[in-house]
Design a binder for this molecule. Sequence first.
Ligand SMILES: CCN[C@H]1CN(CCOC)S(=O)(=O)c2sc(S(N)(=O)=O)cc21
Ligand SMILES: [Zn+2]
Length: 259
Amino acid sequence: TMSWGYKPNNGPQKWVENFPIADGVRQSPIDIVPGQASYDAGLKPLDLKYDPSTCLDILNNGHSVQVTFADDTDSSRLTDGPISGLYRLKQFHFHWGASDDKGSEHTVAGTKYPAELHLVHWNTKYASFSEAASKPDGLAVVGVFLKIGGENPNLQKLLKAFDTIKSKGKQTSFANFDPSTLLPGCLDYWTYDGSLTTPPLYESVTWIVCKEPITASSAQMAKFRTLLFSADGAAPDCMVNNYRPPQPLKGRTVRASFK
Ligand SMILES: CCN[C@H]1CN(CCOC)S(=O)(=O)c2sc(S(N)(=O)=O)cc21
Ligand SMILES: [Zn+2]
């Protein structure tokens, strides 16, 4: 049987067949409508501290490009913001389009960005990432939009590794990368209760979506599109449009950390 993907025969419209929670009450992503978000003065600023020495490797998992971190200590972690306790960084990855006019998962008043970065953190009240991944307060994902602008030198280090992980299952060591270099200068955010945007679609994510995008050049976006969904030796299948469209809000409130 074919595993899930982003094509008409195995994509977001079909996921509910194997993952019925796809039609759940707190699914992600969503369209964020700034005028309908509630400013919450009680929301704290995000406190993100990352230790580059926890960076382990970069992987093409057949769905995205992912950078994985050692999560056996608290040295790369998220605290404050909308969450309580301490969440450890596990990985970050991206979603992008076949062209610069689409690619993000969250949208802002219907606007699609060319890509979206997800920094995935797990709640250390649980013993491990895999235990946390399915709990309602198990994960906190920081989303950062990418918009087309000048070349982003911090992305360049990632992109240089892409030639060695072109196809599904390829991975290579990747050391001393500081994910905070991919954060925008202003950490104003929207937050809401949601889910993983890929199967298994667990409703376990506190979403923290930054208002300010970072930039990538059009050439840098083109580099993402040289990656493949397909494994070595299989017919090459470009890794593009690996995004789920916005899902129904179903009565949820989106809070803003800013006026
Ligand atoms: C391709 C598979 N993606 C998922 C793998 N994991 C979940 C299951 O693990 C036990 S995960 O927690 O690393 C995340 S976070 C994430 S998103 N796009 O919502 O940030 C998707 C996934
Ligand atoms: Zn993601």
